[in-house]
Design a protein around this ligand. Structure first.
Ligand code: BGC
Length: 267
């Protein structure tokens, strides 16, 4: 029997047409959830994710929306509620990098990263929380709803050359914890996952050549780069009732990247 702790639950994953979001959407689908595959570009890629979930016996639909735009986010959630009557799991995954040396960083690069990575979380979590509060606890889960934010090891590890990105993830930590405190009385669980180096398009230059990969692996005590499935499986656990007493936490899924690996040989 497959492990399907999310049978019948309704999930929305932002930025689910590629990378970690794609892996998360597929894992949620395999765990029995119905999945909205949100995307903003590459309709074909989103439809391919839907097709794979459906082919494997799950249910999924693709909905286009830019998570940084209030009207688009509201329309997406309304469409989901019309199709499936509500939401049980939100995975705030959409995120991007626009790297630059600090003195070269444009306001546009700063604003774009903050808008998608942080404001997108706010808009989606607000729309989901309003509905989850309305629904309350039902037979489907011990919680009225689960909100999972896709943070990063960089909510803890400072990152030169990526000040906009690291600021968005540091902000996400306080966003998630404050929200967890506020929504706990409504039985809504809010947590984050902090992926380390997961091989996806966002960090391709860091793993695509043998030299880059060797240098990256020096930062990972466990000695391998992650894959989207590593994150998808933890997302399934965090969304399930097995994690019912976990509230306001970031689970680092990073092969030990946050363990100050250079101290294994010095200090
Ligand atoms: C970034 C990746 C990076 C990883 C580890 C992630 O949050 O998006 O580009 O490889 O952190 O540094």
């Amino acid at each position: 029997m497959p492990y399907q702790p999310l049978t019948g639950q309704r999930a929305l994953v932002t930025g689910a047409n590629s990378g970690i979001g794609e892996g998360v959407a597929k894992c949620l689908g395999a765990a029995g959830a119905k999945v909205v595959v949100n995307y903003v570009t590459a309709t074909d890629a989103a439809e391919a994710v839907v097709k794979e979930i459906v082919t494997n016996g799950g249910q999924a639909i693709a909905i286009k929306a830019d998570v940084s735009k209030e009207a688009e986010v509201e329309a997406m959630f309304q469409q989901m509620f019309k199709e499936w009557g509500g939401i049980d799991i939100l995975v705030n995954n959409a995120g991007l990098q626009r790297d630059a040396a600090f003195t070269e960083m444009t306001l546009e690069q700063w604003n774009f990263v903050l808008a998608v990575n942080l404001t997108g979380n706010f808009l989606c979590a607000r729309a989901a929380a309003r509905q989850m509060i309305k629904q309350g606890v039902t037979k489907i889960s011990k919680a009225a709803g689960k909100i999972i934010c896709m943070s990063s090891v960089h909510e803890l590890i400072p990152w030169s050359g990526h000040v906009n990105y690291a600021s968005s993830k540091g902000g996400m930590r306080m966003f998630m914890q404050s929200l967890a405190q506020e929504l706990a009385p409504f039985k809504i669980r809010v947590n984050s996952i902090g992926p380390g180096a997961i091989a996806t398009p966002i960090n391709r230059p860091a793993w695509e050549t043998p030299e880059a990969l060797a240098s990256l692996c020096k930062l990972i005590p466990y000695g391998r780069v992650g894959v989207p499935d590593d994150i998808g499986k933890v997302t399934v656990f965090l969304a399930s009732d097995d994690a019912d007493y976990i509230q306001g936490q970031t689970i680092m899924v990073d092969g030990g990247m946050t363990l100050f690996p250079e101290f294994a040989h010095g200090g």
